[in-house]
Write a protein that binds this ligand. Structure first.
Ligand code: NAD
Length: 286
């Protein structure tokens, strides 16, 4: 039976470290601040933004929420981002995605100054991740790496399989694993004979968006299984992309859903905000 990699416990521990870092920065005259822009009234986005605000408050990061109506135009939003870019009291800027129809999330993200792009979605920061020379890592893959580290299993030389090739999870996840000297295979919706590939994985990351998609017969005995998926099922429960019981019976380590990657994603945003404050506060070179 697999050991559970508890994201809640690890996130709480990391939050304590971040709290200390925030206090130290404040002592040096730098008060880390994150601005979060929410356009429209998507209920899930409202929850995410509320959680981000609460997380910031818990560790002493100043949070500024900017809530705009769904019919906000591109020019108005551009103006707001530009003024936040120019505001030296703001260290991190995040635009909650998805944006309402008529606003292109990818395009809007590019407007954020790279040193304040704490989601690391801008082309500049994506490029830095590609080259292995980065200040910010997208929060979800960064959280997954922390959970792998918690397992104590070294990535170096391991067969790592990532299912999913999205820009925010799958692709950067593959880059981070490669950076740690893993041998990485990325699978996706057009992959042929998926199970043959996943069965070779020492470390398997599932970021698909289909509840219970990965079953125990698809994984190698002793694999480390990182389940990124968050799927709201018909019974109202949240489930991951991995069928927990059959995978846990075979894996050496596994992340639960909820309580695995989710809390780690949230804490990584705080970490990126601190990094942004350190860089902009002149406390360290970018
Ligand atoms: P996405 O829809 O952008 O990408 C899904 C990927 O899965 C695609 O690359 C697709 O090729 C692949 N895929 C789909 N069907 C497949 C199949 N049959 N076989 C193999 N691959 C298949 O999704 P995303 O944004 O990367 O998110 C993936 C999941 O992770 C979702 O459940 C999402 O809710 C969750 N998520 C969780 C967190 C977190 O903090 N825990 C953060 C981001 C996303």
């Amino acid at each position: 039976m697999a050991v559970i990699l508890d994201g809640k416990v690890l996130a709480a521990k990391l939050k304590e470290d971040i709290k200390e870092q925030v206090a130290a920065l404040k002592g040096e005259g730098v008060a880390p601040k994150l601005a979060v822009i929410l356009v429209g009234d998507d209920p899930a986005s409202q929850v995410y933004v509320r959680n981000k605000k609460r997380d910031c408050e818990e560790v002493g990061i100043i949070s500024q929420s900017i809530t705009l109506p769904a019919d906000t135009g591109r020019e108005e939003l551009t103006g707001i981002i530009k003024s936040l870019n120019a505001d030296s009291s703001v260290h991190g800027i995040l635009v909650q995605l998805p944006l309402p129809d008529g606003l292109d999330g990818t395009e809007i993200t590019q407007l954020i100054a790279p040193e304040k792009d704490v989601d690391a979605f801008s082309y500049y920061n994506v490029g830095r991740i590609m080259t292995g020379d980065y200040s910010f890592v997208p929060c979800t893959p960064a959280g997954c790496m922390e959970l792998i580290k918690l397992s104590g299993v070294a990535v170096e030389g391991k067969n790592c399989v990532v299912i999913g090739r999205s820009n925010i999870v799958g692709k950067p996840m593959a880059m981070l694993l490669m950076q740690e000297n893993g041998t990485v295979t990325v699978c996706h919706s057009r992959t042929v004979n998926l199970a043959d590939i996943t069965r070779r994985a020492d470390i398997l990351v599932a970021a698909i968006g289909r509840a219970g998609f990965v079953t125990g017969d698809m994984i190698k005995e002793g694999a480390v299984v990182i389940d990124v998926g968050i799927n709201r099922c018909e019974d109202g429960k949240l489930r991951g992309d991995c069928d927990f019981d059959s995978c846990a019976a075979k894996a050496s380590f596994i992340t639960p859903v909820p309580g695995g990657v989710g809390p780690m994603t949230r804490v990584m945003l705080l970490k990126n905000t601190i990094n942004a404050a350190i860089i902009q506060g002149g406390k360290e070179n970018a």
